[in-house]
Design a protein around this ligand. Structure first.
Ligand code: BF8
Length: 672
């Protein structure tokens, strides 16, 4: 008798174990009831490769993949592991790491290039949609690109024409990606001491594209086989990201769309409204989403939505496109990276508009189960599924494209099913911080700089500053590591600067309000936050805006009293739930800029202990920063706090003192 084979029920995620956040838990339950798999279920069903996770699988040629697992009990004596060509575990792990840096730096920098091209169109006045909005920022940026803002005429200094400046800025900026000679211009924005180290090590990036291409060359079979030399190239490429592509993206976006200033908004899936047309923008580049925001707010579109039975239009964001339009327009994020499928599973998402990066292909499968129009907009990021609509962004027709998309969403409102479930959770947040607004809030009354921040660090009310950034990762409980790290830091008087999905997470859990300081902070930080009316965690924007963290730290050095190099500062970096290659590039430019940087989960270096030791110990003696890894959130935060305390001791400010306003002579005495 034939035995009937029973189909095994797929393993599903336990909603409570999968997320630290209630609306996410509720939506996981809903997705499972509806039989729709999400990333949380797939993470249970598929385990990561144990060799790949350690960074020791080489698939760079067709003789492999060669896998070099660590022997049980570790390496005793000489490490004899090698691939077919003889590549050691160090070479393989360093090559894999370098390719992650290349991909991450490419993603940020190509985003920057796209913005620079739109900027050029605006400067040439080829488009009505984009104009130079923030002329102050244009004038602030121009000198860093060697563009003069004044001209000598008849013995007089006169302001140059703004259009002329914009055009020259556009030309010089675009040239940074591929110029034949010289070095990246923004490197000189770093403290002199950091710049000098890069010169000494010979790691000044020559242009953005070249450093990324060179990683791909060096990691080809049979080229660079010295992990130290490979890491040198990682430094060049990642600096070309942080102090190049990302910084240009931030600056040019600010000039085009406005420099963010603090504003109030909300966050979480609960921002979606059942009686409104819900449009979710997702990805990273704000060039089209800026237009969608503009179009969705027109009376014509609001009236059209009403005509179709809705009460209005609710815009929301996911990932860093969300952060971009949050920072400049107060549009609320509907969720972070791991919540993207859930926004559609509400049944109330009339259109999801995606551009580039961090977009899960499974969105298309989820959208098939609902009425949601899933619209790709970027020529380099399409999806194979046939329910996906492609409306390609073109800066010359951006307003028309945006209008078409918004209309499509409005017309889709009436196709909604009755099975809608929007979780009720959302939190208030104050976002929109940046180098300029920190200056305003934490600068002196008459001195537009960072003196007050420095004074509060010196007197110990603020113990130090942490940059906490980065993704979610379905291999750890959604949001938990972020929130526990953040709370431990602020509880111990560490002021946090955040970007990316960490920023969205902090907002969702209510940490981005001034009131949060009284509940969660140590007494020193709470007092500062109360006095100036800021949250203990300042949201600086998207992942390219990590460049704002570099520049804020540089301002702290410039204000004096805390050393002369970024590595002197009581500062640390963290990516508690990282997952993307961009995070590795960010981590490496933080480290190369002198910042002690801790990652959660694992980094793919553990299978090559010598290489791992090199980046987590020896690099400190070269750049002042180094990598570290700690999955436990409390230990993770304390690695950072201990580092901050060490730096305070080195600066001679380890004893908290009564606040004294110091003049330049006092500061110089401290430094001496
Ligand atoms: O660039 S934090 S999951 S959205 S990669 Fe992606 Fe990571 Fe979020 Fe922004 Ni950054």
């Amino acid at each position: 008798m034939a035995v009937e084979k029973k189909e095994k029920a797929p393993k599903l995620a336990d909603p409570i174990a999968a997320s630290y956040e209630v609306s996410t838990q509720e939506m996981i339950v809903r997705s499972q009831k509806l039989g729709i798999d999400t990333v949380f279920d797939r993470a249970v069903a598929m385990k990561p490769c144990n060799i790949g996770i350690q960074g020791i699988c080489c698939k760079n040629c067709a003789m492999g993949p060669c896998r070099l697992p660590l022997p049980k009990g570790g390496i005793e004596g000489e490490d004899t592991r090698k691939g077919l060509c003889g590549a050691t575990a160090n070479t393989i792990a360093a090559r894999n790491f370098a390719r992650m840096v290349a991909a991450g730096a490419a993603a940020h920098s190509d985003h920057g290039r796209c913005v620079a091209e739109v900027f050029m169109s605006a400067a040439k006045k080829e488009t009505d949609a984009y104009k130079i909005k923030d002329t102050q920022k244009l004038l602030a940026v121009a000198p860093h690109l060697g563009v003069a803002t004044t001209v000598e005429e008849d013995g007089e200094t006169k302001d140059r024409d703004l259009d002329e400046i914009a055009l020259e800025v556009a030309e010089v900026a675009l040239n940074e990606w591929g110029k034949a000679e010289g070095e990246l211009l923004y490197l000189k924005r770093a403290p002199q001491s950091n710049y000098d180290k890069w010169v000494k090590e010979g790691v000044l990036p020559r242009n953005i594209d070249r450093e990324i291409v060179e990683i791909m060359h060096r990691t080809h079979m049979g080229v660079d086989q010295d992990y130290k030399n490979l890491i040198k190239q990682c430094t060049r490429a990642s600096l070309a990201d942080g102090w190049g592509g990302s910084m240009l993206a931030t600056d040019l976006q600010d000039v085009l769309f406005g420099t963010p200033t603090p504003l109030q908004s909300e966050a979480n899936l609960g921002i979606m409204k059942e009686d409104h047309v819900n449009i979710i923008v997702h990805g990273h580049e704000p060039v089209l989403s800026e237009m969608i925001v503009a179009v969705a707010q027109t009376q014509e579109m609001i009236d059209y939505a009403k005509e179709k039975g809705a009460k209005g239009i609710q815009l929301g964001g996911i990932c860093c496109t969300a952060n971009e339009i949050l920072q400049r327009h107060g549009v609320p994020p509907a969720g972070n990276f791991l919540q993207q499928e859930l926004a559609i599973i509400t049944g109330a998402c009339d259109a999801m508009v995606v551009d580039i990066q961090c977009i899960m292909q499974n969105l298309a499968n989820v959208a098939k189960c609902f009425h949601t129009k899933l619209i790709t907009t970027h020529p380099i990021a399409k999806m194979e599924q046939d329910n996906v609509i492609h409306i390609e962004f073109n800066e010359h027709y951006a307003l028309e494209d945006a209008t078409r998309i918004v209309k499509m969403a409005i017309e889709n409102f009436q196709n909604r099913g009755t099975d809608v479930m929007i979780p009720s959770y959302k939190a208030t947040q104050i976002a929109g911080f940046g180098v300029e607004s920190i200056k305003y809030h934490l600068g002196g009354t008459f001195r537009g700089d960072y003196y007050t921040l420095n004074d509060n660090i010196i007197n110990g009310r603020i113990r130090g500053v942490a940059g906490v950034v980065g993704c979610n990762n379905a291999r750890s409980r959604h949001n938990e590591v972020h929130i526990k790290v953040l709370k431990e830091l602020i509880k111990n008087d560490v002021l946090v600067l955040t970007t990316g999905c960490d920023g969205i997470t902090a907002a969702i859990h209510g940490l981005l309000t001034p009131e949060a300081a009284q509940v969660h902070c140590g007494p020193g930080l709470a007092e500062v936050c109360e006095t100036v009316g800021i949250p203990p965690i300042l949201h600086l924007g998207s992942c390219v805006d990590n460049s704002r963290i570099l520049l804020a730290a540089t301002e702290v050095v410039k204000a004096g009293g805390l050393g002369s190099d970024l590595c002197d500062l009581p500062v640390a970096g963290s990516a508690p739930e990282w997952m993307s290659e961009k995070a590795i590039s960010i981590g490496h430019y933080f480290v190369s800029s002198g910042v002690y940087t801790v990652f959660g989960g694992q980094i793919p270096t553990s299978g090559a202990p010598v290489f791992h030791d090199y980046i987590s110990k020896e690099l400190e003696s070269i750049y002042g920063g180094k990598w570290d890894v700690e999955p436990d959130p409390i230990k993770h935060a304390w690695l950072m706090i201990d580092h901050i305390d060490r730096k305070r001791k080195e600066l001679g400010i380890d004893k908290a003192r009564e606040r004294v306003l110091m003049d330049m002579a006092d500061r110089q005495a401290l430094e001496g």
